[in-house]
Design a protein around this ligand. Structure first.
Ligand SMILES: C[S@@+](CC[C@H](N)C(=O)[O-])C[C@H]1O[C@@H](n2cnc3c(N)ncnc32)[C@H](O)[C@@H]1O
Length: 206
C-alpha cells in the first residue's frame, strides 16, 4: 500500500515538473491536417516542447484519428480543441494579445528564425496539400518559412512544425521562460488533479 502511494507521489511530482515548464502562451493551430501520422507526430512534439494547447480545424465529419503508437500517449498531456470557426478563434486570440505566425511558402515570407516566439504566439501550420487556408492567411501578423535548398518544395508538416517549435523553445529557454511557470499555482493543481484522476481510471481499466 505504502509503495503504491510512493509511486503516486513520484508521478505527481513528474506532473508538476512538466506543468511548470508548460508554455501557456505558445499555441499550435493546425489548419486541416488530415493524415493521422502527421497529426499524431505534432501532438508528441508539442508535449516535448511544452506547448499545452493545440487548436485544430479538421473538415472531416468524424474527428481526426490519432495513432497512439506515434503519440505514445502524449495526447493525454496536452489540450486538444477542435475548432469550427477558424477565423473567429484566431481573431479572439489576436484580441487577447497573441501574434499569429503563419507558415507560408510564399516569396513574402521571412525566415522562421526572424520571428520573436517569446511573445504570446499562435503558430499556424497547414494542410498537407493546400497549406494554410485562404481564410486564415490574411490574419497573419507574420508569415514564416523554413529555407528549402533541395528539389522538394516543402517539408512534411510535422517536421516543419518541429523545426519551428524548437526555435521557439530555444528563444524561450534563452529568456528563462522555462524557469518560471506560465500557469498559475491554481491551474497547475487543477491539471494535476485531472491527470491523476485519469491515471487512476486508466489503471483500473487495464
Ligand atoms: C506539405 S506543406 C504544404 C505545401 C503546400 N503546397 C503549400 O504551398 O503550402 C504542409 C505544411 O507544412 C508546413 N511546411 C512545410 N514546409 C515548410 C517550410 N519550408 N516552411 C514553413 N512551413 C512549412 C506548413 O505548415 C505547410 O502548410
Amino acid at each position: 500500500m505504502g509503495e503504491r502511494f510512493l509511486v503516486l507521489d513520484r508521478r505527481i511530482e513528474r506532473f508538476r515538473e512538466v506543468l511548470v515548464r508548460r508554455q501557456k502562451d505558445l499555441v499550435l493551430f493546425v489548419d486541416n491536417v488530415k493524415n493521422e501520422h502527421n497529426f499524431s507526430a505534432l501532438i508528441r512534439t508539442c508535449d516535448a516542447v511544452g506547448v499545452m494547447r493545440i487548436l485544430y480545424y479538421y473538415e472531416g465529419r468524424k474527428d481526426v484519428p490519432i495513432n497512439e503508437s506515434i503519440t505514445l500517449g502524449s495526447e493525454r498531456w496536452v489540450f486538444l480543441e477542435r475548432v469550427q470557426d477558424r477565423t473567429g478563434k484566431l481573431k479572439d486570440l489576436k484580441d487577447t494579445g497573441f501574434q499569429i505566425v503563419v507558415t507560408w511558402l510564399g516569396e513574402d515570407s521571412v525566415d522562421f528564425r526572424e520571428a520573436d516566439y517569446t511573445k504570446p504566439t499562435v503558430l499556424v501550420v497547414g494542410n498537407e496539400l493546400m497549406g494554410v487556408s485562404e481564410e486564415v492567411l490574411p490574419l497573419a501578423d507574420l508569415r514564416v518559412k523554413i529555407p528549402m535548398f533541395g528539389m522538394a518544395g516543402s517539408l512534411n508538416v510535422s517536421v516543419a512544425t518541429g523545426i519551428i517549435l524548437y526555435e521557439a523553445q530555444r528563444q524561450r529557454e534563452e529568456k528563462g521562460m522555462y524557469d518560471r511557470p506560465t500557469l498559475s499555482e491554481e491551474e497547475i493543481e487543477r491539471i494535476i488533479g485531472k491527470w491523476a484522476f485519469e491515471d487512476v481510471i486508466r489503471r483500473k481499466r487495464s
